[in-house]
Ligand binder design. Structure first.
Ligand SMILES: [Fe+2]
Length: 272
């Protein structure tokens, strides 16, 4: 087993990374998304991460931190994260206000994060007043530069929007648009890019593009039904994803679901 070999090698280390995504926190404690108390579900997921992933070196939140980009929502989120001792970063989604996130918690924003031998590249795919995502020419040029600078290291690219369809028509209508092909060209040409990881789709997805692992992660709040044509809310519980990143660029990953007490969501909802 690869993992056993790694643990026997004193010169090799394993870094544990946890991703959680799409908390959709409102500004008020009584905020609900499709009838679901998203503050409560985030609390429960954070509690389980603390107990199951206590050895994690880092957490990354991949967007839709807030329901509406309000200052009050971010204040509420930051309050919930106060007890988290693990270093953590966030990046914006379509429901966020990227400028406000940078302003309210500058140290939680980063372009490149070092984690052992790995480099995490955090992209901002949010586009003002749009649900779908995009990367400008300037962002793509910057990414090309960063990939060049990080060429000696295994790289994980993290973002909010899916850069490939996940097989659910309605949410694939809101995927990464502008710059998508160029992004895939850039990462496809970089053998050290090992994984692309995102949120937005509120469901688990695992696939490959050339040499790159592709992973989407359940939301900490409402779940969307995999493979659904129209909008559909799924009965599955919220969750998060863990990674074990090894020095040689290999990794393991998995999704853990969190059984939330008093989980009530409007399954018949036609949209959000
Ligand atoms: Fe979302």
């Amino acid at each position: 087993m690869e993992g056993e070999n790694v643990s026997e090698d004193p010169n090799s280390s394993v870094q544990r990374l946890v991703q959680f995504t799409d908390p959709h926190i409102g500004g008020r404690p009584d905020y609900q998304l499709l009838g679901l108390d998203t503050g409560h579900t985030l609390d429960e997921v954070l509690r389980v991460i603390a107990s199951e992933q206590g050895s994690a070196e880092m957490l990354v939140v991949t967007g839709d931190v807030s329901a509406n980009g309000s200052e009050a929502a971010y204040r509420r989120f930051l309050h919930k994260m106060r007890g988290v001792g693990t270093p953590w970063y966030w990046l914006p989604g379509n429901h966020d206000n990227a400028a406000r996130m940078r302003q309210m918690a500058p140290s939680r924003n980063a372009e490149v994060v070092s984690l052992g031998n790995w480099r995490l590249l955090l992209l901002d795919t949010s586009v003002e007043n749009q649900i779908c995502g995009g990367l400008s020419e300037g962002q793509l040029q910057r990414l090309e530069q960063l990939l060049q600078e990080c060429r000696e290291y295994p790289v994980m690219v993290m973002m909010h929007h899916q850069p490939v369809p996940v097989g659910s028509d309605w949410i694939d209508g809101h995927m990464l648009r502008e710059g998508r092909e160029r992004l895939m060209q850039l990462v496809g040409a970089a053998p050290n890019v090992k994984a692309m990881v995102w949120g937005h789709v509120h469901q688990q997805f695992d696939s490959h593009y050339r040499h790159i692992g592709l992973h989407a992660t359940p939301s900490t709040s409402v779940q969307f039904t995999p493979g659904s044509g129209p909008f559909a809310v799924d009965e599955q519980m919220p969750g998060y994803r863990w990674f074990e990143l090894r020095d040689d660029g290999s990794y393991s990953t998995g999704v853990e679901r969190v059984v939330v007490s008093e989980y009530r969501v409007d399954l018949a909802s036609g949209g959000y």
